[in-house]
Design a protein around this ligand. Structure first.
Ligand code: ZN
Length: 252
C-alpha cells in the first residue's frame, strides 16, 4: 500500500518546509503531495515552488491562483504580499528560464485530483479553490450535507489552516483528540480531512502540520521549525507586513 505525506499551505515559508521535509524523510513515505497555497504571505515563494515541483502532485490554491491572476477578497496585507510574490515569480531568483518554469508550473496546477475514492482539493469538494470549511460549519447541516454528498470516501483539503477531521455525523476531531491516528479504511465512511498548514498554522500551535496516510490510518504530524528565521526574513522584506511574521509565533 502507498504511504502518502499530504502537505498544504506552505505559503513561502522555507524554514517550515525544510523542517517538514526532514521529518518526512524519517517516516517511510512513498510520495509527497501538496494541496496548494505554495506561495503567498511568506518570504521564499521561488524556493518553495522549486521544492513543490518535485512532489508527486500539487493542486491549485487560492494564493497560487492570485499570484497569476487578480486576488479577490484578500485583506490589505495579503494583497500586498501577493503582488510582491508575483514580482518574485516574474523576475526573482535565478534566470529568465527559471521564472518561466515556475509560472508554467503554477499555471498547470489542477484544481482537484481524484484517485479512486480519494479526492484532493485546496478548499472544499464543492469549491475546490476558494470555499472554506471551518470547524464551526459542523453547525450548518445543509452546507455539510451538500459537501459530504460530493465526497467519494475521503477528501483531503487545506485552506483554513485549521487541521482536523470532519465526519459525516457533523463532528470535528482535532489532531489532539486522535493522537494515535484515525482509522479511515471503512469504505462506507465519508470524511473531509483538513491536513493543516506547513507554513502558517492557525490552530494556536506554531508547529508545522501535515498528514501521513498509509491507505488505512490518517496520522497528524507536528514539526517544530525555526520560526524566528522566518520572522526575520519577513521583517527584512519591506513589502511584507511584519504581522505576517509575528502571527507565526502564536500559530494564528
Ligand atoms: Zn492558505
Amino acid at each position: 500500500m502507498t504511504t502518502t505525506a499530504i502537505l498544504s499551505d506552505i505559503h513561502g515559508n522555507l524554514a517550515a518546509l525544510e523542517s517538514v521535509l526532514e521529518d518526512i524523510a524519517g517516516q517511510n513515505v512513498d510520495r509527497i503531495v501538496c494541496l496548494g497555497d505554495i506561495v503567498g504571505y511568506g518570504p521564499h515563494p521561488c524556493a518553495c515552488l522549486d521544492k513543490a515541483s518535485e512532489f508527486d502532485f500539487c493542486v491549485l490554491g487560492n494564493h497560487d491562483s492570485s499570484a497569476l491572476f487578480d486576488p479577490e477578497g484578500f485583506n490589505a496585507s495579503a494583497e500586498q504580499a501577493i503582488f510582491w510574490t508575483r514580482a518574485q515569480l516574474e523576475s526573482g531568483q535565478g534566470s529568465e528560464e527559471d521564472s518561466r518554469r515556475r509560472l508554467e508550473f503554477l499555471c498547470e496546477l489542477p484544481r482537484t485530483v481524484r484517485e479512486g475514492d480519494l479526492l484532493f482539493v485546496h478548499g472544499s469538494p464543492r469549491g475546490p479553490t476558494n470555499e472554506y470549511v471551518f470547524p464551526e460549519d459542523t453547525q450548518n447541516t445543509k452546507k455539510m450535507e451538500k459537501l459530504f454528498s460530493l465526497v467519494p470516501h475521503l477528501c483531503f483539503q487545506g485552506h483554513t489552516h485549521v487541521p482536523g477531521i470532519f465526519t459525516s455525523h457533523n463532528s470535528f476531531l482535532r489532531p489532539i483528540e486522535i493522537p494515535t491516528g484515525y482509522a479511515a479504511n471503512d469504505p462506507s465512511l465519508r470524511l473531509m480531512i483538513n491536513v493543516g498548514s506547513v507554513g502558517q498554522p492557525r490552530d494556536g500551535d506554531s508547529r508545522s502540520c501535515y498528514v501521513i496516510f498509509d491507505g488505512e490510518v490518517v496520522t497528524y504530524r507536528r514539526v517544530e521549525y525555526d520560526v524566528e528565521r522566518t520572522v526575520r526574513e519577513i521583517e527584512a522584506e519591506a513589502e511584507l507586513d511584519n504581522f505576517l511574521g509575528h502571527r507565526l509565533r502564536e500559530g494564528r
